[in-house]
Design a protein around this ligand. Structure first.
Ligand code: ADP
Length: 409
């Protein structure tokens, strides 16, 4: 029997997301989420996908999930109950999402002790993510030590950005000593969506120029020239760039000194402020774009301000990346807000016909169902909505690495 299945694990600080895929037809067999690890009551939601229309059977369990080991054991148990256990000979590999790969990891990488140590060494630049990713790797390795485990890095797709875009204009020696440079994140999504958007407009990804706007709770933009990323909005950490659900995005770094000196805040307090209490939540108390739009429609001033700040920043990045690329074939919206919020897409491109950019009102208003164009046909730049699929991308990269298959995506 050939092993064709890949388990994708995305281990966060208090949750584990997982998907089991069969790479013969890239179908999903099971997906799930373990939440509230370490809290009094955890929750496991497991969905078995079967049948011709991908019919779903959902199981939900609550109970304490004391740590990540218990979480991964619960995942293994849920899969086993559906006959998809980790001991199956059909399982070819485990693909792990790893947030920060630094300068070293520019490709999916087979995990050994050296790789684990290096991911650990990068933890100071990704303190919220890499330690959790590592726990996932170590625990899964204990459960199936004989299987190949592959790390797929969020930063990898951005490793091609030129030095002019990667460098902050600060003292080079200080920057290098502390690994301070722009790395970028959400790379798996930018890679997948930029390729899918190029194909949607009938172009070879190797010849297309694409601006990808990944607008989820975290948000980032990228400029992709001929399949290679040349600029992206997140930096040393995911804090830089666009306005996000709870993160500020760009701000004058002197705001930090000001809050320390005048506001009497500590570095940790400012860290929490900028990462958790800023962005849409900081501006209006909500980070869900659906709720914000509902409030805007009711005339709520704070929600309107939040929406306007969000869209203004987005427009600035679209303009900037247009200039970086010189010629743009397609602008692609993706992730929760990008895929679902017609008002954000319309406002972000309003009045840009002069740049060959616009959305067609009717196409834009249609509900999402797969990749689609939303621009009027006569304009020079296509605008697309492309649902992202990071798990499929991680599974595909993992499977390619372990089977030595040639890239044909
Ligand atoms: P994450 O970064 O957590 O992966 P997602 O890509 O799932 O985030 O995006 C989550 C966000 O998408 C929500 O916070 C919400 O603002 C937005 N969103 C989801 N569905 C809709 C919708 N139908 N309309 C507008 N915004 C939506």
């Amino acid at each position: 029997m050939t092993a064709t299945r890949v388990l994708v694990l995305n281990t966060g600080s208090s949750s584990v997301k997982y998907q089991l895929l069969d790479m013969t037809d890239r179908s999903r067999l099971a997906v799930g989420l373990v939440e509230r690890i370490g809290e009094e009551s955890g929750r496991i939601r497991h969905t078995l996908i079967s049948g011709p229309q991908g019919r779903e059977r959902i199981r939900e369990t609550t109970g304490p999930v004391p740590d990540h080991r218990a979480a991964l054991e619960a995942v293994a148990e849920e899969l086993a109950r559906d006959g998809l256990g980790l001991d199956s000979p059909e399982l070819a590999a485990v693909g792990h999402r790893v947030v920060h790969g630094g300068k070293r990891f520019t490709e999916p990488t087979l995990i050994d002790t050296t790789v684990v140590n290096e991911i650990e060494r990068l933890s100071p630049v990704a303190p919220l993510h890499n330690p959790a990713n590592l726990i996932g790797i170590r625990t899964a390795q204990k459960l199936r030590p004989d299987l190949p485990h592959v790390a797929v890095f969020d930063t990898a797709f951005h490793s091609t950005i030129p030095e002019a875009a990667a460098r902050y204009a600060i003292d080079v020696e200080t920057a290098d000593r502390h690994r301070v440079r722009r790395y970028g994140f959400h790379g798996t999504s930018h890679s997948y969506v930029s390729r899918a958007a190029a194909k949607l407009v009938g172009k070879d990804p190797a010849e297309a120029n694409v601006i990808v706007l990944h607008l989820g709770n975290g948000a980032s933009a990228s400029a992709v020239r001929g399949g290679r990323c040349v600029e992206t909005s997140m930096g040393l950490t995911p804090l830089e760039g666009l306005v996000m659900g709870t993160r500020s995005g760009d701000l004058d770094p002197a705001v930090v000194f000001h809050l320390m000196r005048v506001g009497g805040m500590t570095a940790d307090e400012i860290d929490v402020l900028l990462n958790k209490r800023s962005g849409l939540v900081g501006l209006c108390g909500d980070n869900d774009m659906r709720e914000i739009r509902r409030r805007v429609d009711e005339g709520d001033e704070a929600a309107k301000l939040a929406f306007d700040v969000y869209v203004h920043r987005l427009r600035k990045y679209i303009g900037a990346y247009y200039a970086v690329l010189g010629r743009v074939d397609v602008v692609a919206f993706t992730a929760g807000v990008g895929e679902n919020s017609a008002p954000v897409r319309a406002a972000a491109l309003e009045g840009l016909e002069g740049l060959g950019l616009a959305v067609d009102e009717h196409l834009n208003a249609r509900p999402a169902d797969g990749p689609r164009l939303i621009s009027p046909p006569h304009l020079s730049v296509a605008v697309a909505v492309v649902p992202t699929d990071e798990e499929l991308e991680i599974a595909a990269e993992t499977y390619e690495l372990v089977t030595g298959a040639r890239r044909r995506r």
